[in-house]
Design a protein around this ligand. Structure first.
Ligand code: MRU
Length: 344
């Protein structure tokens, strides 16, 4: 797979437009942080680590766009840019990346130009770190994934949801490589934005991984028929309690997995852990009702049908067999075990 988003030598950012995949592979190049904010908002770039990397690069573009020479004016400009870039509330990676860039700006000595150069390096480092963390997640997961496993996933936590490789993507790709190409994937379609159908199927098929598309409502049946050995899902926010917030439908999958004694794993980098927030206080993004009322621009229901469209849900730790991170695996997560991971 190509890189989802990258910083180019001419100080522009290039990303693949995920709203057009899989039928059209089109890249967008921009030097505007506001265009990056828009890309995150309309989901041209989506997936928690990818929007974190995009926000980091957006902050570096903002620094280049700033015209003031004094560092304190640059920092003020960046504070506003961070607000503009935080267009989706649920994934922790957005605020994590903008805060990291702001902290670097504040700590770096020098004038605006010198701070800007440092911010460009930091944005590139966030992206490279993401690739390294994904690889480590995949390597750590090898102790849980066995040759020939069929893995159920939801949404897209593959390469496209990160800079490269993916979180779930790394778990699957590295096991597939290690076990002679024997891993199979069941991808849930993921209504309403169909990230499973559009993106997960696309990228695993591109890597010759045996992938079967199902609708979200088929998950229980697939489990009952014994087609799946484990579930591996991504996360938009993991809490110190071991709760995970991920794409809507994850919670229902975890309940069905428990009923059928199927291990349920969440895979995410350490940057997805929110050590502060209480899971009940997470802001779940509610998206446009037309995402549910329409398919491909056509109404499939009464045009003013009442709709509820939360984009994410939260799964409690008692339904999670293990959280797989780049720092290691937390089996049967709870607060004590999560805090040990923090201190590692
Ligand atoms: O609304 P999206 O497509 O941004 O949601 C993405 C997910 O829910 C992913 O599972 C999550 O961000 C983890 S990506 C490695």
């Amino acid at each position: 797979m190509f890189r989802t988003i990258e910083w180019l030598d001419d100080n522009t950012v290039r990303f693949v437009d995920q709203t057009k995949l899989p039928l059209v592979t089109e890249h967008i190049t921009t030097s505007s942080y506001e265009r990056i904010a828009e890309a995150i908002r309309i989901m041209e770039v989506r997936g928690a680590p990818a929007i974190g990397a995009a926000a980091g690069m957006g902050m570096a573009l903002a620094a280049l766009e700033n015209e003031a020479h004094a560092k304190n004016q640059l920092v003020e400009f960046l504070e506003q840019a961070a607000i503009t870039l935080n267009t989706r509330p649920t994934a922790v990676n957005l605020t994590w990346a903008t805060k990291r860039m702001l902290d670097v700006a504040k700590e770096t000595e020098g004038n605006a130009d010198q701070v800007t150069q440092r911010l460009i390096e930091e944005a590139k480092e966030i992206a490279e770190e993401d690739v390294r963390m994904c690889r480590a997640i995949g390597e750590n997961a090898l102790s849980l994934i066995k040759p020939g496993f069929a893995i159920q996933t939801i949404c897209n936590a593959g390469s496209l949801a990160t800079v490269h490789l993916g979180t779930v993507g790394a778990v699957i790709r590295i096991a597939h490589q290690e076990y002679g190409g024997s891993i199979k994937v069941y991808a849930a379609e993921t209504r309403p934005r169909q990230q499973g159908a559009r993106l997960t199927v696309f990228e695993f098929m591109a890597d010759n991984i045996d992938t079967t598309l199902i609708t979200d409502g088929m998950i229980g049946t697939v489990f009952k028929e014994g087609r799946v050995d484990c579930c591996v899902v991504g996360s938009d926010r993991i809490f110190r309690t071991g709760h995970i917030t991920n794409k809507i439908g994850t919670y229902t999958m975890a309940i069905a997995a428990r009923y059928h004694n199927i291990p349920f794993y969440a895979a995410a980098p350490i940057s997805t852990i929110d050590w502060e927030t209480n899971p009940k206080d997470v802001v779940i993004e509610e998206r446009n009702p037309d995402e549910i009322r329409m398919i491909n621009g056509e109404y499939i229901t009464v045009p003013d049908a009442k709709v509820y469209n939360p984009a994410f849900d939260t799964t409690p730790p008692e339904l999670i067999t293990a959280i797989i991170t780049d720092r290691g695996i937390v089996e049967h997560p709870n607060e004590e075990k999560m805090l040990k991971l923090k201190d590692q």
